[in-house]
Ligand binder design. Sequence first.
Ligand code: YH5
Length: 283
Amino acid sequence: MILGMSHMKIQHKNKILSLDTPKIMGILNVTPDSFSDGGHFNQQDAALAQVDAMIANGAAIIDVGGESTRPGAAMVSEQEELDRVLPIIEAIATRFDVWISIDTSKARVMTEGVNAGANLINDVRALQMPGALRAATLAQVPICLMHMQGQPKNMQHAPSYHHVIDEVMAFFESRIDACLNAGIKRSALILDPGFGFGKTMAHNFLMIEQFNQFSTFSLPLLAGLSRKSMFDQLLTRKVDQRLASSLAGALLCAQQGAGIIRVHDVKETADVLAVLKMTNFCQ
Ligand code: YH5
């Protein structure tokens, strides 16, 4: 039984995405190492082919990211990030009828990403970088606010909480307040506890077990667990051997009210969510 997800939706202009059943956000990394072979045009073709496949396999949203936020990753410059993401956002918007999410923390990338065709801002720093709150307010698109302890460079050094769920919830409260004070509508907000972002394995699995606690805000919830290190810590699996555990995590979160699941493996996740949907709505 999915609790609290009926009547949840996100909206941008005349585009509406119902979250009554969980939707898939497919990950599109446009960092230089993502499509290693060939030059500029080949890279764009490879990215568009991946988008085409993700849509065919059931993705409702494509999350375009030009900054690696993996543990230890360095920040990239604004111009570098713009050069990576704007051409691909424009190309997706021209060719496909899909929600486009811009995965960034930088104000100018938010503004120009939305101008290029993005419908959603996905910010792992929850609009705390200079100018981001104002840029997101003016952009008038739904915004995913993610919790992170520390910064990607150091976040996995010694994650520490008195009570991880309570602290993530307190963070949500303060960021929701900041957004409302800036003039963002509550109905534009999506919350994400940020699996793997300054959390130990124990913190991550507690957040999976207790995921439905985040429903108290009555806002759409996003869960991003796909291929993350928590599954390596549990099972000793290289990144290409984490599909089964990622699917289990996705199902547990979807069953507890996650409306958006952010994944690399769209087809397999769609199968899992189809099973959940059938058990919830067809009796
Ligand atoms: C997220 O959870 N995550 S980027 C390390 C991995 C595998 C995957 C070591 N952006 C999230 O996906 N945005 C990222 O293996 C995100 N929520 C939202 N909203 C990290 C990532 C990953 C890192």
